[in-house]
Design a protein around this ligand. Structure first.
Ligand code: NAG
Ligand code: NAG
Length: 333
């Protein structure tokens, strides 16, 4: 189980629990940047009475992480791989698993659409965007990325969003109500800055933020009137930049959003019941939030289509990733 840094406890719990429930032993390779949560979970597993050797943790340095990953993928002793991380690394691990024909489940990158239609309750849509865009400082695979607002409500939506950003987002002690933290590393900071500069160059308007607070701290940023040609609509930003594009026709915007090679989560706001069903079915993603910005829970299957991954985590279907079907035909015994 190769886990990422952005939810260092939850991602591991979601992989380990179904696997041990159906009788597997597991080796967890936590992200090099966040090994301590995995070690804490191993201690809790021990205290909970899980037999020694069932839950194992293999922390690595950043230098060795690729080698350890490759060793796991190529080992004939490992029967399945469960990975959460970037699409780029996922493809590499899949190719390394091909030699032993491993069962692989892959939770890879997304580029979640977030569409606001004219009939939407704009206050609820703003609340949904605040939750799905800025949670974990924008560093989640289900973060809203391709935000498209109908031209009739674009200006009103943007004004409400800017108010919410001013009022609700705070840096500081997270145990004391702060909602924003640092980016994980300089590469993450550079990508957000690149996406912002590119959007502004292509005619977007800076509504709030745009600055750096030093180190890995970026101001939460909103830009509006973003051109569909911008980089931020072609790649996952993975940071606190809400880039908002305008659209006119439902069909045109969905066709555009469906051109993405990834499809993990998608969100939209509309109070037109026919449209709710039509759009929920048309979006090429594995998970849809209709009139909500928070869709992940342990009872629901989590996962994507296209290059966002293979298989599902959570729900009953999540345990299928760790099971094989065997057919036995008894004749005359
Ligand atoms: C919006 O962006 C377009 C380019 O994509 C630009 O021509 C136009 O002037 C911009 N409009 C506003 C109101 O900023
Ligand atoms: C998504 O858009 C693509 C490209 O325009 C289109 O071919 C496809 O039919 C759409 N998907 C659905 C399920 O409507």
């Amino acid at each position: 189980m190769i886990a990422p840094w952005n939810f260092p406890a939850a991602m591991i719990a979601r992989k380990v629990a179904p696997a041990i429930a159906v009788g597997c032993t597991v080796v967890i390779k936590p992200a090099a940047l966040t090994p301590l949560s995995a070690l804490a979970l191993a201690k809790l597993a021990d205290e909970a009475g899980i037999p020694a050797g069932v839950v194992n943790v293999l922390p690595t340095s950043e230098e060795l992480t690729a080698t350890v990953g490759e060793t796991i993928c190529r080992s004939p002793k490992v029967t399945a791989l469960s990975f959460t991380g970037s699409t780029r690394v996922g493809k590499l691990l899949l190719s390394q698993c091909a030699g032993t024909v491993k069962k692989c489940s892959m939770e890879l990158g997304g580029q979640a659409p977030f569409i606001v239609f004219p009939s939407a309750d704009l206050d609820k849509a703003v609340a949904g965007l605040m939750a799905s865009k800025f949670r974990n400082t924008g560093q989640t695979c289900v973060c809203s990325n391709n935000i498209m607002v109908h031209e009739d409500v674009h200006d009103q939506f943007v004004a409400k969003l800017v108010e919410a950003v001013k009022k609700e987002l705070k840096f500081g002690d997270i145990l004391n109500g702060a909602t924003m933290g640092p980016m994980i590393n300089q590469m993450g900071v550079d990508k957000v800055k690149r996406h912002l500069e590119d959007a502004l160059e292509k005619g977007a308007k800076l509504e709030i933020g745009g600055g750096s607070l030093g180190g890995l701290y970026l101001e939460p940023t909103v830009v509006s009137n973003v051109s569909w040609e911008s980089l931020c609509f072609k790649e996952e930003t993975f940071g606190p930049l809400a880039a908002i594009g305008k659209f006119k026709e439902e069909e045109t915007v969905i066709d555009f959003l469906n051109t993405s090679r990834v499809g993990l989560a998608g969100y939209f706001f509309s109070r037109d019941a026919g449209q709710v069903w039509r759009v929920a079915e048309a979006l090429e993603v594995g998970m849809v939030g209709a009139n909500t910005g928070m869709l992940s829970c342990c009872e629901a299957p989590f996962g994507g289509v296209k290059e966002s991954g293979l298989g599902r985590e959570g729900a009953l279907i999540g345990s299928e990733e760790f099971l094989e079907t065997k057919y036995i035909c008894f004749a005359d015994c």
